[in-house]
Design a binder for this molecule. Structure first.
Ligand code: FE
Ligand code: CA
Length: 510
């Protein structure tokens, strides 16, 4: 036990100190770590989930019936000499032992440290940060973006390398966990570890799967390093689900799975109470401001969409994808987005969303093949999105994307078939943390695909994360790449870098 843990225990009074019979102590309830999220200029949400036996079959993590007292501290320093806030809450078994504390009244643009205490144990220490004061433009922002971390496909080294960059903020774009049964989704390099049994179906299944993912020390380190802004994609529930439609037609019980998945997602993520599931929905689209520098518009491209056209795969012959009126973000979310873009005054508008936005034709030469789970399966909705971004007069739109297990950088064009058409903004696609195994970089194939899609400037099929450094003058995006993830300990390096000057709305020249 280090000094800080001892101090916190002593402050609690002798009743909570470990007794002399150390072997009779219950297991550490903080094995799933700590996290923080959704910072404002005045506050942040602190998260933990008590689980002395994280993989207990009933999904309750070994938590006793009823409620457990949880104390928390927030300090200005890592050793908790200057404690700024303290509080008490309870972890309930019915809530899967999860704790979401919304701290308010903090100083803007300030680093804080936090920890919890329960059942005589003290949690690891997390670091977090508040956003700068409204309008503040001078302090640079460093944020990371990540997606797609299949537990069986590799080690979460990329999360560890991201944490080591001391980002101010981490944006997670979805596929935080995968619902598949063990071995159901195989990567080229084989599987390095095994999912909990069965495909996730029940609340207990989803809770245990989340617990298994957070048993990974690299993931816990990344959560403890910075506040996260999270949004789901499909695998937190089921591959390629869309609105009220399951990923595979005819599989019964989707509504029940969806309820279970969204509840487990809320319980396991550093989300504010405003995201607590209600009436079969979870409100994940939301806005965060980082001073006057950046507004983050977090989009949910799963919950409000029409089913994928012509089934879900890569297709050459699907006209349904071109039909008017098929929703992806949906009208309410698009209206909300445009209103935020219109009234916002930030230098950069970052749209944090899930699926590939630019057109992507994977058939070389004549004809076209597109992936129908992406915006290419909903082209009229993409046009509506672009019209709203342009009519709002957005100065610097930057779209963040995950899902595709490949790093991409693209210009967004009003007409992708006309390379001279107006630029809407840029899209930066982060590759996966582990999904699809070690991956590869094939310069010849990449060049051919870029020739087919001239608006695409960068493609890399290795694993990693995206690191962005934002100032009033420019946004620099570093594609951080790991040579392997099927063994531990890989270093990360920058495989490609793009600098987007204020007002450019394009990668060209960078
Ligand atoms: Fe994925
Ligand atoms: Ca083609």
């Amino acid at each position: 036990m280090d000094v800080t843990r001892r101090t916190f225990l002593a402050a609690a009074g002798p009743a909570l100190l470990p007794g002399p019979v150390a072997r009779s102590r219950p297991a550490d309830p903080f094995q799933l770590g700590v996290a923080s999220g959704d910072p404002t200029a005045a506050g942040v949400v602190l998260w933990t989930r008590l689980a002395p036996r994280p993989l207990a079959a009933d999904g309750y993590g070994g938590l006793p019936t009823g409620a457990v007292d949880v104390h928390w501290q927030l300090a200005a320093d890592e050793r908790f000499r200057r404690v700024m806030r303290t509080g008490r809450t309870v972890a309930r078994r019915a809530s899967g032992g999860s704790v979401h504390v919304e701290v308010d009244g903090l100083r803007p643009g300030t680093e804080y440290f936090y920890r919890f205490r329960a059942a005589g144990e003290v949690s690891p220490v997390g670091r977090t940060r508040t956003a700068p004061a409204p309008g503040a433009l001078s302090a640079p922002l460093t944020f990371g973006a990540a997606s797609c971390a299949h537990y069986e496909h590799g080690y979460f080294t990329a999360y560890r390398r991201l944490a080591e960059q001391d980002p101010d903020l981490v944006i997670h774009l979805g596929d935080y966990m995968y619902e598949y049964a063990p071995g159901r989704y195989r990567a080229a390099g084989g599987l390095v570890r095994t999912h909990t049994e069965g495909k996730c179906q029940t609340l207990a299944d989803y809770r245990r799967r989340h617990a298994q993912y957070k048993s990974d020390p690299d993931l816990r380190a990344a959560h403890a390093a910075a506040p996260w802004v999270v949004v789901w994609d499909d695998h937190e529930l089921e591959n390629n689900w869309a609105g009220d439609s399951p990923g595979s037609p005819g599989v019964p019980g989707f509504a029940r799975r969806k309820q279970a998945a969204m509840r487990a997602y809320y319980e396991n993520m550093p989300l504010r109470r405003s995201a607590r599931p209600r009436n079969g929905t979870i409100r994940l689209y939301r806005r965060l401001s980082w001073g006057g520098l950046a507004d983050f518009h977090v989009l949910d491209t799963r919950q409000y969409r029409a089913d994928q056209p012509c089934h879900d795969g890569a297709r050459a012959d699907c006209d349904v994808r071109l039909q008017q009126g098929r929703a992806l973000a949906g009208p309410a979310q698009l209206r909300w987005l445009e209103a935020g873009l219109r009234t916002g005054t930030a230098r950069w508008d970052v749209l944090a969303q899930q699926i590939f936005l630019a057109q992507r034709d994977t058939r070389l030469g004549p004809g076209r093949q597109v992936l129908l789970d992406t915006w290419d399966g909903y082209t009229a909705e993409r046009d509506r999105l672009f019209r709203r971004i342009r009519s709002a007069g957005t100065r610097n739109p930057v779209v963040l994307t995950g899902d595709i297990h490949t790093a991409y950088a693209s210009d967004l064009l009003t007409d992708f078939d006309d390379p001279a058409s107006a630029r809407v903004g840029v899209e930066l696609v982060t590759t996966s943390i582990t999904s699809d195994g070690d991956g590869y970089h094939d310069p010849a194939a990449t060049a051919a695909l870029r020739a087919e899609n001239p608006h695409i400037a960068h493609i890399d099929q290795r694993r990693g994360y995206l690191l962005c450094r934002v100032t009033a003058a420019e946004l620099r995006a570093d594609f951080r790449t790991l040579p392997y993830i099927t063994r531990r300990g890989a270093a990360a390096s920058t495989a490609a870098s793009f600098t987007i000057p204020d007002g450019a709305r394009s990668l060209s020249g960078s």
